[in-house]
Design a protein around this ligand. Structure first.
Ligand code: C2O
Length: 354
């Protein structure tokens, strides 16, 4: 992992035409001090933050969540807590913003996707994002919602993310800060998500699409080993192999949500821009839940990686107090130690052997 954010460079890997990258490829975080980031110590949480399924929250929750995002959007861009800086984190870590020394090679570009770094990196990313939102609204128990795309009741883009229109009929981000203009219009509700989407419409009717999705979940969650579920560690070239969910449902939901008319399928369809759509964090809350659910399916066989390379891999983030800190995979394996858990939602795909 990077030693210093000072080493961060413009991130253009995987961006088709950087000049057409509307979100910009200058992704490095602001530097507030020269000191080396200390190791992060998880606080003791007196109460768990319970993440709810997005399709089942009440109006009070939506009002609160929107207020938190509005407060984040209102911060000046240079603030490490701002909407823009939070979005940039994904770009810096995923499009080649950092290089690192690895296996004796001096300059391997860090790419936390397509490898076993995928789950823990995103877990920490959401952890701080959630803590920052809680801080902005003065509620330490605030928990992110999850886009429950593995359950038939959650297979549409969550309604809370949809546009709210002003008097003149225009979608207005002030009325709904969870709205993002760069999404695929034909995939707004009531379209059913396609968990195998790679850019071509499946043409399935609603019932068949739901059943296909459940079988897809079964294949990617059941009978996976630690290696196939997490993917493998980055090797000498910085590349590993992706885990089943990362490569499957996770990537499909990204491509399905991004706008096919944009040069880089912004926002959700490209690593560099995905963090600018509020849908990203709701989507990843469910990806994170899949890690937790998978371990619960069979605690005897479904285990986290235990090799030192994985356990000691680290990232740097600004915490909710604007302290730059270093976090480790080894501290991300237990959600309750990180102060949160998931409100249960049924996992009917368990019965959908294809
Ligand atoms: Cu960092 Cu969903 O990708």
């Amino acid at each position: 992992a990077p030693d210093n954010i000072a080493d961060c460079v413009a991130a253009t890997d995987g961006v088709r035409d950087p000049d057409k990258a509307i979100r910009g490829t200058a992704c490095c975080p602001p530097k507030l001090s020269d000191s080396i980031p200390p190791d992060y110590v998880l606080p003791n949480f007196p109460q768990l933050r319970i993440r709810p399924p997005a399709q089942r929250v009440d109006d009070d929750y939506i009002v609160k969540y929107r207020a938190a995002i509005a407060a984040m959007r209102a911060l000046p861009d240079e603030d490490p807590h701002s909407w823009k800086q939070q979005g940039k984190i994904h770009c810096a870590y995923c499009n080649g913003g950092y290089s690192l020394e690895m296996n004796g090679l001096p300059d391997v570009k860090l790419q936390i996707h397509n490898s076993s770094l995928f789950y823990p990196f995103h877990r920490w990313y959401l952890y701080f994002y959630e803590r920052i939102l809680g801080k902005l609204i003065g509620d330490d128990t605030f928990a992110l919602p999850y886009w429950n795309w593995d359950n038939p009741t959650g297979m549409m883009l969550p309604a809370m993310l949809a546009p709210v229109f002003d008097d003149r009929g225009n979608p207005n981000q002030l009325l709904n800060p969870l709205f993002d203009p760069f999404r695929e219009v034909k995939h707004l509700p009531p379209a059913i998500v396609d968990l195998q989407y790679r850019g071509t419409e499946s043409g399935l009717d609603c019932i068949d699409q739901i059943n296909t999705n459940l079988s897809t979940m079964y294949s990617q969650m059941i009978n996976q080993t630690t290696d196939t579920f997490f993917g493998t560690n980055p090797g000498d070239d910085g590349k590993g192999t992706p885990g089943s969910i990362e490569n499957g449902a996770h990537t499909s939901v990204h491509i399905w949500t991004g706008n096919s008319k944009m040069p880089n399928r912004e926002d959700m369809g490209n690593f560099y821009s995905a963090g600018y759509d509020p849908a990203f964090y709701v989507h990843h809350a469910n990806v994170d839940r899949m890690w937790h659910v998978w371990k619960g399916l069979n605690p005897l066989t479904n285990k986290d990686p235990i090799d030192d390379d994985w356990l000691n891999a680290s990232y740097v983030f600004y915490d909710e107090n604007r302290q730059l800190v270093r976090v480790y995979n080894r501290d991300a394996v237990d959600v309750t130690k990180m102060g949160y858990d998931f409100e249960p939602s049924r996992t009917p795909w368990i019965n959908n052997r294809p």
